[in-house]
Ligand binder design. Sequence first.
Ligand SMILES: [Zn+2]
Length: 185
Amino acid sequence: MKAGRNSMACCPFHSDRHPSLKLNEDYFFCFGCGAKGDVIDFVARLFNLSSYEAAQKLAADFGLDPKPPTAAALPKPKHPCIRQFREDEMLCFRVLTDYLHLLEDWKVRYAPKTPDEPYDDRFVEACQMYCHIEYMADVLTVGDLEERVALVDELMKSGKIAFLKEYTVRKTKEVAHRGKAPENA
Ligand SMILES: [Zn+2]
């Protein structure tokens, strides 16, 4: 089997034209048919074997020592994968749109009033970031599954979403505290 971008592959367990099987380090999950499990489940299902036979086949095919029987008793997947993905996706979407709203506000609130006024940092940030953030929110709204999985993966693993969430909350409070000061200045 060939895994493409983002460890997605065509699922051998249903008729799959676009890759919908996600291969992770310790489990696989199909967004199309819901097939999931560890490497032993995968081999068992693919070759129609029992779990024990699948473990033996893996041991034989990859030259592993089949003696310790505990090798077959791998831990079960830690979470129901699709629910986890949906939760992560919702979190990303909420954080991105919150930040977008903040940028929209900054674009107006901190826009220079005269041509010679120096640019406020928040106005600059709003101009620089808006399209990029809007693009990511669009991907989560209308992107295909593979794009959404890749983006959510990237945002979660890099810690960007955690940072942006904290940042947006902090900056939103700052704006609320300062009220209308810039307009009156
Ligand atoms: Zn499938």
